[in-house]
Write a protein that binds this ligand. Structure first.
Ligand code: ZN
Length: 145
């Protein structure tokens, strides 16, 4: 039997609020949906527009770096998360923000100025030792102008 060409697979998690992503040659692309009627973009992806109730949605891809707009530091974390947990919003394009954990010290984060890369890594460890793997952010070294 001839080997089938490897297909790129959209990845997802069993957690419903976590959107899908795809690793394209080491670059993580978040799979979002844009309304063809009003232009609103949603991540995680949706089949109906929350803004205009339009049903004509097209797939768009969000790639970093994205600008940090806000973040929080959580000290009382749910079981399986490491503490403190830093998480925040990054804006990929005007009006399109994604919330995810952020690696590193919050001291280095400056909303409006810090640029974040998207990558895939462990978010949470379960009692059976398995990890929830999903997209997360880390500051890019070189700041965009
Ligand atoms: Zn719409």
């Amino acid at each position: 039997m001839p080997a089938e060409p490897q297909k790129r697979k959209a990845q997802s998690s069993t957690e419903p609020r976590i959107g899908k992503w795809e690793d394209v040659d080491g670059r993580v692309e978040l799979i979002a949906a844009r309304c063809r009627s009003c232009g609103e973009t949603f991540f995680p992806s949706r089949t109906l527009c929350l803004r205009c109730r339009g049903e004509a949605m097209e797939q768009v891809r969000l790639t970093g770096p994205a600008r940090l707009t806000n973040y929080t530091v959580i000290h009382q974390v749910p079981r399986g998360f490491s503490s403190p947990l830093v998480a925040g919003y990054a804006e990929f394009e005007p009006g399109v923000s994604v919330f995810a954990p952020i690696d590193g010290s919050p001291d280095a984060l400056k909303p409006g100025f810090t640029w974040l890369d998207v990558y895939v890594g462990p978010i949470r460890t379960y009692e059976n030792g398995e990890s929830l793997v999903a997209y997360k952010f880390r500051p890019v070294r070189e700041q965009k102008r």
